[in-house]
Ligand binder design. Structure first.
Ligand code: ADP
Ligand code: ZN
Length: 435
């Protein structure tokens, strides 16, 4: 059967078409936001009215919206429609204070499903595919977000939900799953259990495509997962404040994630000065929603650090590409005054073929000083091979020191000895005394 290349016409818009659409939608969004008590007050304080937004550059006159604003207005204070227009809410875990609530109208849910479907279609998902979703359902948007998107593509969709790995594997073989959505740490776990059970993914399953996202991971991690499972793995980026998955997604080129600019205006700013960074430099991603009805967000500071990849993508889409996420500004470890992102450590570790995929960074206070230990699981090295272990530990330590400029204590630990989580992997434990 022959299918169109693009899921929506907007997907193949030229730059000038994208920008014209963005201006229309920005003006409409700003007007609509005046139904929100929060934005009405923000605009009043800034001495702004919707009529002041005449060009896309005028966006910069609008104050930023932060996660703190969502908390301060918990639960419904930012909404731009009355509650009876809303049909769903999602909420973050709220481990650090009030949780945040995101409201959706029926129209928002339809658009969200469309955006996710567009992503899946882009990497070759078609109605003949069987899509298995290993995300938690419920408040975590990776569950329902992919469910509706995959159904919109027309795939047979298996809402397997998180955990119960043996059941996941049974579904793969019984239902002929071809596409899986999993967080990267869980994709590696699926493979480990396949090995334990003597399942060869290439021989015993029809797996072809993997969608991996929700947590930072390195290019080497992707390559490993692709090799293990015999699939192509595509990076998927989203967050609940922007609906969830479907914000940015890799195309078949696997070189950066196209962010759908008919839905979002992208800015990259210096997180300290809040000024735009020069083209192509890393900074904080700031997003303005362009088609949200229940709860549009203007200039939302995501705290995610990334950059815009320069140049055109050979796939023919003109929506800009975001580089792999470096992490969130609040994931940054400050150790002995040095700024370190966990992904820098992962990038080094995953280059060692002897190491498995799981690692844990522990930060402690030892004799009044900051110290870092990196525990990393080995693939199949025996603990008896002392000489080999020592030289490997030394080499890993040396490469980590070159990358992060401090010397961590590296411990090679047996496979499956580090704690596993059902949701996003916990990579950093900080037990340092806070003064
Ligand atoms: P929570 O805030 O509770 O983690 P979300 O599901 O909204 O819940 O998480 C969104 C965040 O997850 C993003 O802001 C980003 O930090 C991270 N994230 C999502 N997708 C990716 C990805 N592909 N690569 C790196 N980080 C990602
Ligand atoms: Zn592309």
């Amino acid at each position: 059967m022959s299918y169109p290349t693009f899921f929506n016409p907007e997907e193949s818009y030229s730059r000038s078409e994208i920008e014209a659409l963005q201006l229309d939608r920005l003006q409409a969004t700003v007007k609509h936001c005046m139904h929100s008590p929060f934005y009405r007050e923000r605009f009043r304080q800034a001495g702004l009215t919707p009529a002041d937004i005449r060009t896309l550059d005028d966006l910069r006159k609008i104050p930023f919206t932060t996660k703190q604003d969502l908390r301060d207005t918990y639960p419904f204070g930012i909404a731009s429609v009355p509650l009876d227009k809303c049909v769903r809410l999602h909420s973050s875990s709220g481990t650090t204070g009030n949780p945040t609530v995101i409201l959706h109208s029926q129209k928002d849910l339809d658009e969200w499903a469309n955006a996710v479907a567009r992503c899946l279609w882009m990497v070759g998902c078609r109605p003949e595919d069987v899509f298995q979703n290993t995300s938690g359902y419920g408040m975590f948007t990776g569950g329902l977000g992919f469910q509706y998107g995959a159904e919109k593509v027309g795939m047979l969709t298996v809402p397997a939900a998180a955990g119960n790995t043996l059941r996941q594997l049974k579904f793969f073989t019984d239902f002929g799953t071809t596409v899986v959505h999993a967080i990267p740490s869980y994709a590696a776990r699926l493979y480990e259990v396949m090995c334990e059970k003597g399942i060869d993914p290439r021989r015993d399953t029809r797996l072809r495509t993997l969608v991996i996202g929700a947590e930072p991971h390195s290019e080497d991690t992707r390559k490993r997962i692709e090799e293990m499972l015999g699939v192509k793995a595509y990076n998927s980026f989203g967050m609940s404040e922007m609906c969830g998955p479907g914000v940015a997604f890799e195309c078949p080129e696997q070189n950066g994630m196209h962010i759908w600019e008919d839905y979002y205006i992208v800015e990259i700013v210096n997180p300290d000065t809040l000024e735009p960074v020069p083209d192509g430099e890393v900074g904080e991603l700031v997003l303005t929603t362009l088609k949200r009805e229940a709860m549009p967000l203007l200039r939302y500071r995501t705290r995610d650090l990334t950059r815009i990849l320069p140049g055109e993508c050979p796939c023919g889409r003109h929506h800009i590409r975001l580089d792999r996420m470096k992490g969130r500004s609040d994931d940054m470890i400050i150790l002995k005054g040095v700024n370190i992102f966990p992904i820098q450590i992962e990038t080094i570790l995953m280059q060692f073929q002897e190491l498995a995929s799981d690692y844990l960074i522990t930060l402690e206070t030892v004799d009044g000083n900051d110290a870092m230990t990196v525990d990393v699981e080995m693939k199949d090295l025996s603990l008896d091979d002392y000489g080999k272990l020592q030289s490997l530990t030394r080499e890993i330590t040396r490469q980590l020191r070159d990358e992060i400029l401090i010397t961590p204590k590296v411990r090679l630990v047996p496979k499956n000895s580090l704690p596993k989580s059902e949701g996003k992997a916990v990579r950093v434990v900080d037990t340092r005394k806070k003064y």
